[in-house]
Ligand binder design. Sequence first.
Ligand code: 4NP
Length: 191
Amino acid sequence: MSGSPPDARGPRDAPGPSGPPTRILFVCLGNICRSPTAEGVMRSLVEEQGLDGAIELDSAGTGGWHVGSPPDARATAAAAARGIALSGAARQVSGEDFERFDLILAMDRANERSLLRLAPDENARAKVGLLRRHDPAAGPASDPASDPAPGEDLDVPDPYYGGPHGFEHVLDLIGAACAGLLAEVRRRSSL
Ligand code: 4NP
């Protein structure tokens, strides 16, 4: 075979700050509470660190009941009190998401299982994980290769049917996990 330079990547594909963006999709059940919160929290961190353009973010739900709806008003209010804006309209995960995104991070194990069922092949399955595995304080199971220890709970609990405290707890868990996730992405992509 001739004609290919040793490294056929063009400047836009090179790793590092000028490389292609890392694309991250956050997934919950309804795409109105937890995953738009994760998207908003992560966007705020990315902007704070001047990384807009290097990391692309979106969110989706495994269920379709709320398609087209804005984020839940309680989630929006709790996030706004911390200076974080939630935006967008709910949509359901699609097959295309497994091509478009590099990381597809579920808010809980039930949604992780749904994503693994939807993933078309091994490459797609390898993109699926739990958001809280990226929380450095979440214990030894934050190693993406390991299973949660017995009894270990890495879920971001569903706040939909609970009171305001649930939305605060969601923000706390997501804040810690997104900080760890961003540090990992920066390390991996030399950002
Ligand atoms: P989310 O919360 O998955 O964090 O968006 C939920 C929103 C709606 C429902 C369940 C969870 N629901 O059953 O309608």
